[in-house]
Structure formats: structure tokens, C-alpha cells
Write a protein that binds this ligand. Structure first.
Ligand SMILES: [Zn+2]
Length: 284
């Protein structure tokens, strides 16, 4: 079944490895046992990078696919949970950095799924992540290029009973997108937020304050952080699980935390303010 649209209208790790996507942290490719997050929502990523499967009898949606070398790991995780990769009909992307999008080309090829991203995300995916508009742009070889279908802010992607809404949250990259949906279990439904990275990380030369190509970058970033803070949010999953202790919360059975999105947003404001202060100091 082909996904249909109804048009209704990284907080990333702060480690040095996250600041330089070319330098992968070991946990990014470290396997862990996949697990149920809630209802029809499952974690199928690695120890250091999230990938989430949302299932329905008519087909599944995969959100992010992590590093290029993790494609078979993600597919094995889907199988280990009792699902078929060939039933994945849609792959959504948070942002087009290698640690979240690197495996999308391979997984899309293997599953036959359609890839969806924001307009600026699709532009970066088509460049294999080699996008000069990226605050972390480092010229290099990039990853396998991906052709994505564009999803607008507020649009809903439907696959069977799965209904996922795109929320534009530009800042970490211009095309950054968070995704939200509801999952039900034992008669109780919760709001799940897959929040894109909200970290203001640069390649050392890019400046959020006065990037000529992005006059509204800081304003947009603050709006994105406010968007995440205001989302209905019973369960938060971040692109980097350690940005909100996803694995620790799951292990202790405390994934539900209605304050998690607001707490993430508060940390993001602090990080952005620190980056802007650094940029201001550099011009004095
Ligand atoms: Zn990133």
C-alpha cells in the first residue's frame, strides 16, 4: 500500500564525535537488542543512534536508519521483532547527516520503501549529505544519495493505521524535522515525539548569528525549540538516545515522561545561547 498524505495545512550528543560527523563514535555502530517503546512503536537503532519502527498490519514506517554500515543491523532488528523489512513502506528522516541518514539509501533499496523528508532535508539527501548550507558542512565523500518525497510542516503521513505528523524544527540543520504520532497499548494511547537534534553545532567557521544565506537562522532555531517544548509529549525519543537517556529510561521502565520535551528544549536553549555567546565573543 502506498503511503498517502493528508495536507492539513540533533538534541544530538554533545560529544566531539557528534560535532564532527566524519568521526563516528563507537556506540553509533554498536548493536543492541531491539525493544518495544510503546504499543506499535519499536526501537531498532544502535546503542548510540536511534531508528524507530512504527507498525501496522498494512505496512510499517521507519524513522531514520543511522550509519551507512548499520543498514543490515537495522533490518535484522526489524526481523528480530517479528516484522518483515519488505513491509516497511515509508522511511522518514530527521536530518540529513550521515549518522541518521547514511543507511537510508540501502534500507530503501532493500525494502522498496519511499523516503520522505522536508524540502531542505530532501535537498541535502540528494547531495548525500554534502550540503554547503549545512552548519556542519565538511567537504568529503558523503553517503549514498537519496531521492526523497517532500513533506511539508504539519503534513500527515499515513501507512495503514499509522498516522505520523511532520513538524519542521530547523536549526541543527535547515531541513531538520521532528515527527509525532500516537501509539496505543492495553487501551491507553500516548503521544510520542521523535525529536530531531536541537544542538547548535558548527564546522568551526559557520556562524548562526550572521550566516549571510540564513538571516533568520537564530529566530528559526528558537521557534523550533519552542515547538518541541509545546508538543503533546508523553514519550520522547531523540535522534541520539543519550540526548534524553532513552535507553536508560527504557531499561528502567520509565519511558513515559510528559516533562521530557520541555526538559530537552530547556537544554537546547542553553546550548544555543552558549554558541551565540561564543560567536559574539569571537567578533569582539
Ligand atoms: Zn546532526
Amino acid at each position: 500500500m502506498r503511503p498517502t498524505f493528508l495536507t492539513l495545512a540533533c538534541l544530538g550528543s554533545l560529544s566531539a564525535a557528534a560535532a564532527m560527523p566524519a568521526l563516528a563514535a563507537p556506540e553509533w555502530t554498536q548493536p543492541i537488542k531491539p525493544f518495544r517503546i510503546y504499543g506499535n512503536t519499536y526501537y531498532v537503532g544502535s546503542r548510540g543512534l536511534s531508528a524507530v519502527l512504527v507498525t501496522s498490519p498494512q505496512g510499517h514506517v521507519l524513522v531514520d536508519a543511522t550509519m551507512p554500515e548499520n543498514a543490515s543491523m537495522v533490518e535484522a532488528n526489524i526481523r528480530a521483532l517479528g516484522f518483515r523489512p519488505s513491509d516497511v513502506k515509508a522511511i522518514l528522516n530527521s536530518h540529513a547527516h550521515v549518522d541518521h541518514a547514511g543507511a537510508i539509501a540501502q534500507v530503501a533499496h532493500d525494502t522498496g520503501a519511499t523516503v520522505y523528508a522536508s524540502a531542505l532535508g530532501a535537498k541535502s539527501l540528494a547531495l548525500g549529505g554534502q550540503d554547503p548550507d549545512d552548519p556542519q558542512y565538511h567537504p568529503g565523500k558523503g553517503y549514498s544519495q537519496v531521492l526523497a518525497t517532500v513533506v511539508g510542516d504539519g503534513e500527515h503521513l499515513k501507512v495503514g493505521s499509522v498516522d505520523i505528523q511532520a513538524r519542521a524544527t530547523p536549526g541543527h540543520t535547515p531541513g531538520s524535522t521532528s515527527w509525532t504520532w500516537r501509539s496505543c497499548q492495553d487501551g491507553k494511547c500516548v503521544d510520542i515525539v521523535y525529536a530531531d537534534s536541537l544542538t547548535a553545532i558548527t564546522n568551526g567557521t559557520y556562524r548562526y548569528t550572521d550566516a549571510p544565506a540564513h538571516p533568520h537562522r537564530v529566530e528559526d532555531f528558537r521557534k523550533s525549540i519552542a515547538t518541541v517544548a509545546g508538543l503533546p509529549c508523553d514519550i520522547l525519543v531523540t535522534t541520539h538516545p543519550d540526548a534524553s537517556d532513552v535507553l536508560e529510561r527504557a531499561a528502567s521502565g520509565k519511558l513515559e515522561d510528559p516533562g521530557a520535551c520541555k526538559a530537552l528544549a530547556a537544554r537546547a536553549v542553553k546550548g544555543l545561547d552558549e554558541e551565540l555567546a561564543k560567536e559574539a565573543a569571537a567578533t569582539r
